[in-house]
Design a protein around this ligand. Structure first.
Ligand code: C5P
Length: 399
């Protein structure tokens, strides 16, 4: 069965010559069983007629914030959508979306959604190559927006170059892939990644060697298997497409972000290396070397995962990580019980190629029933796959 059947897809159409190809995209999505609602910008109406799109979509085209029977169309559409695809996306739309400007129904809808968003730029090569456009697209990509790169070819006015809208086939394939229901379909997964940084003074922090790569790999794996993923991170790696990123720095900020996201989470994977201690006081200015070595008094940070474990909702699955340098299994088992976890991923970070900063990892996956799976040295995405496989197995046992 098509991944699109029964899905509500909002197709945003902006004012570029390629707007006529949006008609084909809408038709293909409807044919695949999706409920398609087109939202046109004012510019789009200069290129194609509303009647054409309305006739092909599942509902009449929407374009205004103000002419709706419903008083709040700007939030309703975004909330209803399982996915939004903007085809074509002009430089103006890309700039407004990146800058958070909600000036019309389409930009409002884009800002009022948690659904995955795909933008399909189309414009002249000069505009496509302009640093403002490229920077805005890079910013959107960091936020998890999927960008379908334009093709090279003939452009409006007979020019040749990059900027031609991707083919409707390619756009629909990206939509299908993004909505493709895997075994985590319909679930909200919260993943943490990276080491927290606890400030000593205005410039210095207590940090650790975590790179965040394993957490990012878990987020990428979860989203590719159909989950809605919130990634709470202290590092600046490329956000996997479709993942919602929340950037934090300290354990306290991470705790607040995790607690809020965990309210709706079915699965929480705490891959972050949270500092266990932080300075009791943070000096607001830079400590002077001439004043001598400071005495830094430390206090424990909140144990975020233990807090979640204590308040675990029925049906929620909690996964912790344990980076150890000795007694791997015994230490990890103790954490599994103390924090009321469903799974712990233990790695011996003293072994070569394992854990912090590496692209590879070797882990033991332990469950409360004492079952243990060992994954020998492999890339972090494969470790992520093994972790998600076991989470799916655990959840199958719940039903
Ligand atoms: O006890 P330990 O810090 O080794 O436990 C590691 C696990 O607990 C990791 O999943 C880590 O993300 C989580 N943790 C936490 N809050 C802390 C310390 C660790 O959630 N303050």
């Amino acid at each position: 069965m098509s991944a699109l059947r029964g899905k509500t897809i909002v197709v945003g159409v902006t004012g570029g010559i390629a707007a006529y190809k949006a008609v084909d995209v809408c038709r293909r999505l409807v044919d695949a069983g999706a409920h398609v609602v087109a939202v046109m910008t004012e510019g789009a109406e200069h290129f194609i007629g509303r009647t054409t799109l309305s006739a092909l979509c599942s509902e009449p085209v929407q374009s205004s914030l103000w002419d709706e029977a419903s008083p709040i169309p700007h939030t309703r559409l975004g909330q209803r959508a399982d996915l939004i695809v903007v085809v074509p996306a002009t430089a103006r739309l890309i700039g407004a979306y990146a800058g958070g400007l909600s000036t019309d129904l389409l930009t409002n809808t884009l800002l009022a959604t948690r659904a995955p968003v795909i933008v399909c730029p189309a414009m002249h090569t000069e505009m496509w190559e302009h640093p403002a456009v490229q920077d805005n697209l890079a910013l959107l990509a960091r936020r998890g927006v999927i960008v379908v790169e334009p093709d090279e070819g003939r452009l409006a006015g007979g020019d040749l170059g990059k900027g031609r809208l991707a083919s409707p086939e390619r756009i629909v394939a990206v939509v299908e892939r993004t909505l493709g229901r895997g075994d985590l379909g319909g679930l909200h997964v919260v993943v943490t990644a990276g080491g927290t940084r606890e400030p000593i003074d205005a410039v210095r922090v207590i940090a650790n060697r975590s790179s965040g790569k394993q957490g990012y790999a878990v987020a990428a794996e979860a989203v590719s298997r159909g989950a809605t993923v919130t990634l709470i991170s202290t590092v600046e790696l490329a956000t996997p497409p479709g993942v919602q990123l929340v950037s934090v720095e300290t354990a306290a900020q991470m705790e607040a972000a995790v607690q809020s996201a965990a309210e709706t989470a079915d699965i929480v994977v705490m891959a972050a290396a949270v500092a266990d201690f932080r300075p009791t006081l943070t000096v607001g200015h830079k400590l002077k070397k001439d004043d001598g070595a400071p005495s830094i008094v430390l206090e424990p940070t909140p144990d975020i995962l233990a807090g979640l474990g204590a308040r675990k909702r029925p049906g929620q699955t909690l996964v912790g990580f344990a980076a150890e340098t000795s007694d791997l299994v015994a230490n990890a088992e103790a954490k599994l019980r103390r924090k009321n976890l469903d799974l712990i991923v233990a790695n011996d970070v003293s072994a070569s190629g394992v854990g912090f900063q590496h692209d590879t990892n070797a882990v033991c996956l332990l469950r409360p029933d004492a079952s243990m799976v060992t994954i020998s040295l492999t890339d972090k995405r494969s470790v992520a796959r093994a972790v998600v496989d076991i989470v799916v197995e655990i959840r199958a046992g719940l039903s």
